[in-house]
Design a protein around this ligand. Structure first.
Ligand code: FMN
Length: 340
């Protein structure tokens, strides 16, 4: 049985670009896009991680003794906790990974399924970059969600038709991918989407639509106008706009504004179960975690992913216990302090 530290060491050896830092906080890889880092000065990635540390938990132990229930409902699929792996594509180009994309995706999907979590899968410019995650989605079905890039509408519909054949629980779209350097370099820039476009995509999907990449009230309103089912408060891990606000800074305001009219998920810099707890206290329904999951897949395949996922779930449950929260509904704003 390997340890988490051993998996991290193997990950380091299996990657020629990512340095596998002690804390994955965007400092070393500032500006490494393509690569694992944040765009430009890299400050958006760094800020995502740093601002989360400005949120602290309120301990509460004088309460009834009861076991916590961290289970989470994802569009009628029960997960062990409100934690999901974020879509991360192209591990060869971005990490210099010696583990190939197919093995990496398999590890991510099967590792999450093993512990009752769910993995979002990415999409790419060429046929193979779409087909590989799609095949895994066919195999693992409700333990995975396909994330289609915001291509021109004809291509979106064509890809969605193939995803719909899997009778998915939901389909996601990373609408912020219009800012991705790699896609621009490949000559296949993703397109910005209007409310009308989103409405057409939502109509076509016929399953819950998750819009990933909302950072403002204006974009949250646009997503609501299109009747989407969930938004992900996300700046793509700091990879699409330099000097962007961190996701935890805008989360509460967006969640209050949305007021349960759709689900609110968040990602960017979340590393521990405590970080997940903070997001829920600030109004999120669930959290996506990106880079650490891909490190674990590259370093320890399915076992590495499951090990990290179990650690996250246990840390999250420990935070629930120590703050007097028995169910997810008990995790409220008064469980945390925001020091920014
Ligand atoms: C190397 C890399 C590749 C990514 N590829 C995708 C992708 O294909 N689709 C997508 O929606 N997001 C993609 N993302 C963004 C992640 O889904 C997520 O928003 C971000 O990584 C969350 O921040 P974290 O890594 O700090 O947890 C990628 C991020 C990285 C670092």
């Amino acid at each position: 049985m390997v340890t988490l530290e051993e998996v991290k060491l193997t990950a380091k050896n299996n990657m020629s670009i990512c340095k596998m830092c002690r804390v994955c906080n965007g400092e070393t890889c500032r500006g490494w896009t393509p690569g694992p880092g944040g765009k430009g000065s890299g400050s958006s990635f760094v800020r995502n991680v740093a601002m989360l540390k400005q949120v602290t938990l309120n301990m509460r132990v004088l309460r009834q003794d009861a076991e916590v229930d961290s289970s989470f409902d994802f569009f009628a699929t029960k997960l062990s906790a409100p934690i999901m792996a974020a879509p991360i594509a192209n591990v060869k180009i971005n990490y210099g990974s010696s583990v190939d994309e197919k093995s990496y995706l398999n590890a991510l999907g099967h590792g999450c399924k093993q512990v009752g979590l769910l993995a979002f899968l990415g999409d790419g410019a060429n046929r193979e970059a779409f087909e590989m995650p799609l095949n895994l989605h066919k195999e693992l079905f409700e333990s995975t969600v396909m994330t289609i890039k915001p291509w021109l509408l004809d291509q979106v519909f064509s890809k969605m038709s193939e995803v719909k054949e899997c009778q998915p629980k939901a389909i996601a779209m990373d609408v912020d991918a219009a800012g991705l350097i790699l896609l621009k370099q490949m000559g296949v820039p993703a397109a910005y989407k209007t409310v009308e476009d989103l409405k057409k995509i939502k109509d076509f999907a016929q399953v819950p639509l998750i819009v990933k990449g909302v950072m403002t009230l204006e974009d949250a309103q646009a997503a609501l106008d299109a009747n989407v089912d969930a938004i992900v408060v996300s700046n793509h891990g700091g990879r699409v706009l330099d000097d962007c606000a961190s996701t935890v800074e805008v989360l509460e305001e967006i969640a209050v504004f949305v007021n349960k009219r759709c689900k609110v998920y968040v990602d960017g810099g979340f590393r521990s179960g405590a970080d997940v707890f903070k997001a829920l206290a600030l109004g999120a329904d669930a959290v996506l975690i990106g880079r650490p999951f891909s490190h674990m897949a590259i370093g320890g395949l399915q076992e590495g992913v499951a090990m990290y996922a179990n650690k996250l779930i246990e840390e999250f449950r420990e935070c629930m216990r120590m703050t007097g929260c028995i169910t997810l509904e008990d995790i409220r704003r008064n469980c945390v302090n925001v020091n920014f």
